[in-house]
Design a protein around this ligand. Structure first.
Ligand code: ADP
Ligand code: MG
Ligand code: MG
Ligand code: MG
Length: 414
């Protein structure tokens, strides 16, 4: 079918044309469709057969513009091809943490996937102060597996280079290059300065040569490193979870980039939640300390779990002779290289986390954790703390010896 923007009303007849849907649904006349796209970019529909709640799918369609802005911000709808490929590749590596793809239609820029029925967007749960006991274990597994198995540490050199070429995503990378690494530090018209943020807090970002040089280094790494296939937008709004399960959705920004960008994105959002929860917990009549402690502990467990699982995969595949170093070097040099590699990914993680935090305060797109605080003084305090944490993380990213030292600094500054 040639491309057309689908409506809820047109969806059942369209789904009836897709062969895989013949098994999923028995009565296309009885489909209830709800449009739920709370995201900024695309259209998302939940489709359920009346009287058969287990017969349900999620349909996501990309349109040739940015949904939240409209047709004045054109954006390739072929981002859906990237998303489908990433969902399939990440799903093969981590089926328990990625929604299954049931059908994909490149002409229509659309995917039909597993509907996550009992899961909620993680950011919304964190805003409500919910504890997710398995979150950091699951996210660290997802990060270790997706980043290791798509890297040169695992793939054969020719396969890796072909994978990089096949995953190019220049238009969406450009959005990140502009909105995360350029505009916030430039007084760009796309920036959205929060109502209470003092001008001197903005100047600390925009008239600060060491900080801008450090951001330049992170931008250069983002643009040139091809370490692994990244999700590319791994904030807490791209995770759907409950107490038992965790799924990573929305990989339309996927490309081959530096590993620390995904790890840092997730940890940045835990730190943003941390600064927001001082006020949110008090506002709900609770002592903020226990929940904030859980958020920081989750950042520790995410990094430490990622590092442990990633190194275990690396050693396992080194032993079977398929790895990067192979059998020709002795075990000691392999371990020295591994330790240096993890220090590099750790410094990148902190640098990228900082850029993600700064852009969420002064840039175009906000996080509801902070921007949803209606008390302006409380919101401003959270914003100033987020910027202070980010500045310290990026400037000292090579000096931190452990994630424990990082969260101690976050606790002191936030
Ligand atoms: P966008 O690219 O526009 O941000 P997302 O992929 O983040 O789109 O999806 C937007 C919203 O749709 C999510 O926040 C979530 O509420 C819902 N959603 C997305 N995928 C699923 C799914 N597989 N099952 C259930 N709901 C989903
Ligand atoms: Mg999204
Ligand atoms: Mg998004
Ligand atoms: Mg998206």
């Amino acid at each position: 079918m040639p491309f057309q923007v689908l409506t809820a009303a047109a969806l059942p007849a369209y789904l009836a044309t897709l062969p895989p849907m013949q098994e999923r649904f028995t009565d296309f006349e009885a489909l209830d469709v709800a449009e739920v796209g709370d995201g900024n970019v695309n259209f998302v529909f939940l489709v359920t057969q009346r009287g058969a709640p287990e017969r349900t799918v999620c349909v996501k369609q990309a349109v040739p513009y940015l949904r939240c802005v409209g047709e004045s911000w054109p954006l390739t709808r072929h981002r859906m091809d990237v998303e489908v490929r990433a969902l399939r590749e990440f799903g093969a590596l981590c089926p328990q943490h990625v929604p299954a793809v049931y059908a994909a239609d490149s002409e229509m820029s659309l995917v039909v996937m597993q509907r996550l029925c009992n899961h909620r967007i993680l950011r919304l749960g964190l805003i409500d102060g919910l504890v997710y006991p398995r979150m950091s274990d699951h996210i660290s597994t997802y990060l270790a597996r997706t980043l290791f198995f798509t890297s040169d540490l695992y793939l054969a050199p020719d396969a890796k280079k072909a994978a990089v070429a096949g995953a190019s995503n220049p238009e969406l990378c450009r959005i990140t290059e502009d909105l995360v690494f350029t505009h916030p530090y430039d007084d760009s018209p796309t920036n959205a300065y929060p109502p209470g943020l003092p001008p001197r807090a903005i100047e600390r970002l925009q008239r600060n040569p060491p900080l801008r040089a450090a951001v330049g280094e992170m931008k250069y790494a983002f643009m040139t490193a091809t370490e692994a296939r990244l999700h590319g937008d791994l904030h807490t709004g791209s995770v759907m979870a409950n107490a038992e399960e965790t799924f990573v959705i929305d990989p339309e920004f996927s490309f081959y980039g530096p590993m620390g960008f995904d790890v840092g994105a997730f940890i940045a959002n835990l730190f943003l939640a941390y600064v927001a929860q001082e006020h949110r917990q008090r506002d709900a009549g609770r002592d903020p300390a226990p929940y904030r402690e859980w958020l920081l502990q989750s950042a520790v467990e995410t990094w430490e779990g990622f590092e442990r699982k990633f190194l275990a995969l690396w050693r396992e595949h080194e032993a079977d002779g398929t790895g990067f170093i192979g059998r020709d070097l002795d075990g000691e040099s392999a371990e020295v290289f591994r330790a240096a590699f993890m220090r590099h990914v750790f410094a990148d993680t902190l640098g990228f986390a900082a850029c993600k935090m700064m852009r969420r305060i002064v840039g175009l797109a906000k996080v509801a954790d902070i921007a949803g605080i209606t008390d302006v003084a409380a919101r401003t305090l959270a914003e100033v703390r987020a910027l202070r944490i980010a500045e310290h993380l990026i400037l000292s990213r090579h000096a931190f010896g452990s994630i424990g030292a990082v969260v101690a600094a976050v606790e002191r500054l936030g």
